[in-house]
Design a protein around this ligand. Structure first.
Ligand SMILES: Nc1ncnc2c1ncn2[C@@H]1O[C@H](COP(=O)(O)OS(=O)(=O)O)[C@@H](OP(=O)(O)O)[C@H]1O
Ligand SMILES: [Mg+2]
Length: 353
């Protein structure tokens, strides 16, 4: 299979990083570092990013990396850096040979800071570039809801590999889609799923357990027979996507079921496995540029599961333009067969504003 090594390393790196986020969740204030209105950051964001980058550096030293966080704040704040270092040191895969496969532990606090700062690539249309979001949906993470550890490889601007670790989604692909799914479930009861895709090879889901990665199964979007019965996913945050425009689109399509609100790229994974049908992300602010790390893995997973992902004008998401999706506005993800119809409704609602 093409990109077999990249996929394997990406899956293990995501699995290990999710372990760190889970231990951070159980600490005071859930490891919150700063809590600005729009982008809270936690100890988990930095630690997970360090662990992922160290594995990528070990295997693919020449690849570029676009990652959300930077080390500047930690370099200026020694106690914070030490706190993160203690989590990074303590996080290991249970499967020792898999841990070794990732290149083993980071050796020092300085090496951890250096790893965090290796995610500053400007991105672009040429070469091999990894995109990392160590905790996507930080607000969801803080509320005990959905979040995702996201990793994607782009080659010449095309997403080739995508992996999403979703520790708070049920592993069962057929579990009913529920905004509170997983909240009352333990890992032993089947919480935690890893979604993966390689371009041209389909998408899969499997258990994001502590031990060896379980065998994965192919996933597919659910064919929609009657659009009025569709379930659509949207962000929890009304500042990230327009709940009112999304409600108007649903109404125009005759959809009566309430939306399922969840944070992070867990939305892409959920529709890819047929738990939900559509993902609508209508822009709130015209000047906001979506970040590539918020979409690269999910875009590929949905497309490989039989879906189509475009922006609100019908253009494919364009990952060649740097760290943001400058050429796109919003996201419309749906099974291929109905995407055109959904897009028509999106355009109609936007043009009537
Ligand atoms: N104004 C605006 N518009 C659109 N998107 C924005 C905006 N501001 C932030 N963000 C990004 O949204 C990411 C989280 O997406 P979600 O909406 O799925 O999750 S959440 O409900 O916000 O938690 C979130 O990712 P994380 O910061 O990793 O949580 C942000 O990168
Ligand atoms: Mg994000």
């Amino acid at each position: 299979m093409p990109y077999a090594k990249e996929l394997r390393i990406a899956q293990l790196a995501v699995q290990r990083a999710t372990l760190l986020t889970k231990s951070v969740f159980h600490t005071t204030a859930k490891g919150t570092v700063s809590k600005e209105d729009h982008s809270p950051v936690t100890v988990g964001d930095f630690g997970a990013q360090a662990l992922i980058i160290s594995a990528l550096r070990h295997h693919f030293p020449d690849d570029e990396i676009v990652a959300e966080e930077e080390a500047a704040e930690l370099i200026a704040n020694k106690p914070l850096s030490e706190r993160i270092w203690s989590y990074v040191q303590a996080t290991m895969l249970e499967d020792e040979s898999a841990e070794q496969e990732l290149g083993g532990p980071i050796q020092s606090e300085q090496e951890m800071l250096d790893a965090i700062d290796m995610g500053k690539s400007p991105g672009g249309a040429k070469g091999r570039i990894w995109a990392i979001d160590p905790i996507d949906g930080t607000k969801g993470f803080l509320r005990g809801g959905q979040y995702a550890v996201c990793l994607a490889l782009m080659v010449d601007g095309d997403v080739k590999v995508g992996v999403l670790g979703c520790p708070n989604l049920p592993v069962d692909d057929s579990a009913p889609l529920d905004a509170h799914a997983g909240e009352n479930q333990t890992d032993a009861e089947g919480k935690g799923v890893i979604f993966s895709a390689v371009l041209g090879e389909g998408a899969t889901s499997g258990a994001l357990s502590r031990g060896a990665l379980s065998k994965e199964a192919p996933i597919h979007m659910k064919p929609i027979e009657d659009i009025t019965q569709a379930t659509f996913c949207e962000s929890v945050e009304s500042g990230h996507s327009s709940h009112s425009d999304q409600a108007a689109i649903a109404k125009l399509l005759g959809i009566t079921k309430p939306s399922v609100r969840m944070d992070s790229q867990a939305k892409y994974g959920s529709i890819a496995r047929g738990a939900g049908d559509l993902y609508l992300r209508l822009p709130v602010r015209a000047d906001y540029e979506e970040k590539i790390w918020d979409h690269a893995a999910g875009d590929l997973i949905v497309r490989e599961a039989g879906g189509e992902v475009t922006d609100v004008t019908g253009k494919r998401l364009d990952f060649t333009l740097g760290r943001t999706l400058k050429a796109n506005k919003g996201v419309v993800a749906a099974p291929k067969a109905v995407h055109g119809k959904i897009l028509e409704a999106v355009k109609q609602v936007l043009s009537s504003k």
